[in-house]
Design a protein around this ligand. Structure first.
Ligand code: BJW
Length: 228
């Protein structure tokens, strides 16, 4: 990697799989155990908030028993040592990039440890159970929801992401199935701006053919190999 390069990295559930966090679409993954429409849409939350809050409570609790793996550590090392510009965009709501040492992480689908007040829009850090229905610390209304992006909602920081994609020299996608937009379209945005594109994934993703280069295998091996 040249020192003046601008790299955009996109990560998905696959980078946290070897830490013990379920992916969404694998056998035994989250979507086999839950209907997406029930737990990851605003309509599902309106229908049955307790079900949805419980789903996110369990996933937040599970974070206490997992650790970052060598793929997270390698990306943190890259952030520290790379002289060029680096933007790490994750679709993951876990905190394993931060715990692995990355300091600048853009969570485009939100974070498990953040709550969003649907009344006043204020965000608050949230480690405890949301299903206990605590009030918003700012407006005191009982309107907290998980600060995550559900289907039909606009992912966070899209302007900054598209700007970086338009300016980058290299786009690397790690551990994502390429099934969910707009993230699945980032490879085409980057390629249209002349960037090189690289997929690192356990198996060919839905959009594998859109990448100039693909390497397939576990992230804990592929990512350190690519970084070092
Ligand atoms: C490993 C590994 C190992 C495993 N090592 N790899 C029709 C066409 C196009 C778009 C749409 C459409 N109909 C509706 C839409 C839009 C919709 C969408 O994309 N739907 C699709 C289902 C078609 N998208 C939206 O609604 C989004 N909003 C939106 O589009 O707003 C409008 C807009 C317009 C213009 C610009 C911008 C916006 C919002 C999407 C929100 C997604 N939310 C979720 C839940 C977040 C909270 C939570 O965590 O519960 O985000 S869904 C879920 O999927 C989660 C993930 O971030 C996301 C992606 O999943 P990911 O990370 O790729 O995981 P998997 O499981 O799918 O894949 C894991 C991969 O890892 C696999 O390939 C494995 O092989 C691999 N792997 N072990 C390396 N050890």
């Amino acid at each position: 990697m040249a020192g003046n390069e601008h790299i955009v990295i996109l990560t998905g559930a696959g980078i946290s799989a070897e830490s013990g966090i379920d992916t969404f679409r694998s056998a035994g993954g989250l979507w086999e155990q839950h209907r997406v429409e029930d737990v990851a849409t605003p309509e599902g939350f309106a229908r049955d908030p307790d079900l949805v809050l419980g789903f996110y409570d369990r996933r937040r609790e599970a974070l206490a028993n997992v650790e970052p793996n060598p793929a997270h550590a390698a990306l943190a090392r890259l952030e520290r040592e790379f002289a060029g510009r680096l933007l790490l965009v994750t679709q993951n709501v876990d905190d394993l990039h931060e715990r692995g040492g990355s300091e600048r992480v853009l969570h485009m689908h939100g974070e498990l440890k953040s709550a969003l007040c649907s009344g006043c829009g204020v965000r608050s850090r949230w480690d405890a159970a949301l299903s206990d229905r605590p009030p918003c610390p700012s407006c005191k209304a009982p309107s907290l929801r998980p600060d995550v992006v559900w289907f039909g909602e606009m992912p966070y920081r899209m302007e900054a992401i598209y700007k970086a994609l338009a300016e980058c020299d290299l786009f690397v996608s790690i551990g994502t199935s390429g099934a969910v937009y707009p993230a699945a379209g980032f490879v085409q945005e980057a390629a249209a701006s002349g960037a090189r594109t690289l997929e690192l994934n356990l198996e060919p993703s839905e959009g594998s053919h859109l990448f100039a280069e693909q390497r397939h295998g576990p992230a804990s091996t592929l990512v350190p190999q690519w970084v070092d």
